[in-house]
Design a protein around this ligand. Structure first.
Ligand code: PLP
Length: 456
């Protein structure tokens, strides 16, 4: 056993550590637990600080009670419904609460599931759309080989994956200065008898803006009237489906709109749980074709499951249940409106600096983006500001907008539970200081460095 000669254990000077540099091969020998732990912890130190990571939507803070539950639950496998029947029952409670929160007309006939994240949830929802379309087409004696799905060019990458993996043609409605989100315009030209559905996003990843789902539904209503095509909507509420019910309760984006067949959200985003947890709910069972469902043994009976993975952690489902019980509706409203207040405070502070033009102000979900005001400078870009902020520990990504707006580089802040007003003021001060530093340059910053990619 390396490194514990005579009870003296030189943690930072061990045989294993000498070998660590190689790191491509499983070590030949065992090492003491604390030596191995130290090696892992040393590497973890080199990651960014999660709390200062304003790029991610994903939860980076939970309270101590949640951590205690987590520690007691990380051995639970979600698929073992027979062995952990109560975890399975809690999973069902959670999606039923979501069906109710999202105004399913009869939550008792809704159906849903937890997933590893919104990406899996979107795959499942997309598969249901595709399979239903196939059944209807086959029943009518029509071909099923060319399905298409309509969405904004600013969709999250999971929709491009869905289309790629399951042979569905993606039809993108390009966003533009006049139409910064999918708003129904351009749909009529793209919809046809092969359209399996339209994706509407509550909280566009690039900017945090809501797409007007009711307006999109109204356009599809008109299309049905004129052309007889009944096109369903899936709402990608990865972030917004856990914000809108509390901050914009009167906004009709959910199952109140009949055309909305299914909704997904990320439990690990504004559901306030550590990664990875997602949810998908269908307004009623008939919208999820039975031939997609597998049955696993459960309490001597059969439990329906619809998932891409088999084994997956069950702990996050328990954490979600804890957060639901802990916060309730008033608690969620308080947490999300605090985050929104911080986002809007930051947005207004950044607008006041004078160098930037806001894309939006964080009043939908607590996320906003800005660009460098046209004509402000030739000497630096938002990538330079991103780098300067990174030197101070802040991760605030800059990235180009999609397609037609690709010339516009924006920078985005995602405000999550845990970014206090006090911390936000420190960030604002750092943005001011670094902007002043960049504005004082008398020559352009070198621009040949590789640019980091978009943080979805
Ligand atoms: C984050 C996000 C996703 C993907 O969610 P994961 O939970 O990270 O898999 C999908 N759609 C939108 C709009 C998102 O913001």
């Amino acid at each position: 056993m390396a490194g514990d000669a005579g009870g003296y254990s030189p943690l930072f000077h061990t045989a294993l550590e000498e070998h660590a540099a190689a790191r491509r091969r499983l070590p030949e020998h065992e090492s003491l637990p604390r030596v191995a732990e130290q090696l892992v912890r040393d590497e973890m130190m080199l990651d960014g600080n999660a709390r200062l990571n304003l790029a991610t939507f994903v939860g980076t803070w939970m309270d101590d009670e949640a951590k205690a539950i987590y520690a007691d639950a990380f051995d639970k496998n979600m698929i073992d419904k027979d062995e952990y029947p109560q975890t399975a029952a809690i999973e069902e409670s959670c999606w039923r609460m979501l069906a109710d929160l999202w105004h399913a007309p009869d939550p008792a006939t809704s159906i849903g599931t937890s997933t590893i994240g919104s990406s899996e949830a979107c795959m499942l929802a997309g598969l249901a759309l595709k399979r239903r379309w196939q059944h209807a087409r086959r029943a009518a004696g029509k071909p099923v080989d060319r399905p298409n799905l309509i969405m904004s060019s600013a969709v999250q990458v999971c929709w491009e994956k869905f289309c790629n993996y399951w042979d569905v043609e993606p039809r993108f409605v390009p966003i533009s200065e006049e139409h910064p989100v999918l708003d129904g315009s351009g749909l009529d030209a793209l919809v046809d008898e092969n359209t399996i559905g339209v994706v509407a996003i509550m909280g566009v990843t690039y900017t945090g803006m809501y797409e007007p789902v009711a307006k999109i539904a109204a356009v599809l209503d008109a299309i049905q009237k004129e052309r007889g095509l009944d096109i369903p909507i899936h709402v990608d509420g990865a972030s917004g489906a856990m914000v809108a019910p509390f901050l914009q309760p009167d906004l009709e984006w959910d199952f109140r709109l009949e055309r909305v067949h299914s909704i997904n959200t990320s439990g690990h985003k504004y559901g306030l749980v550590y990664p990875g947890l997602g949810w998908v709910v269908w307004r009623s069972e008939d919208l999820l074709p039975d031939d997609l469902i597998f049955r696993v043994s459960y309490l001597g009976g059969q439990m329906p499951t619809f998932a891409l993975n088999f084994s997956r952690p069950g702990a996050q489902v328990l954490l979600q249940y804890y957060v639901f019980l802990r916060l309730g509706r008033t608690g969620f409203r308080a947490v999300q409106s605090d985050s929104r207040a911080v986002a809007m405070h930051l947005a207004h502070g950044i607008a006041e600096i004078g160098a930037f033009t806001l894309w939006n102000d964080g009043s939908d979900i607590p996320v906003f983006a800005w660009r460098l005001t046209a004509g402000h400078t030739e000497n630096w870009t938002l990538y330079d500001l991103q780098d300067r902020l990174r030197m101070r520990g802040w991760l605030v990504p800059a990235y180009p907008m999609p397609d037609d707006l690709g010339d516009h580089v924006v920078q985005r802040i995602v405000v999550r539970n845990g970014l206090s007003m006090d911390l936000a003021d420190r960030l604002l001060a750092d943005i001011r200081t670094e902007t002043a530093f960049l504005d004082a340059l008398t020559a352009p910053m070198p621009t040949d460095r590789p640019r980091p990619g978009f943080h979805h």
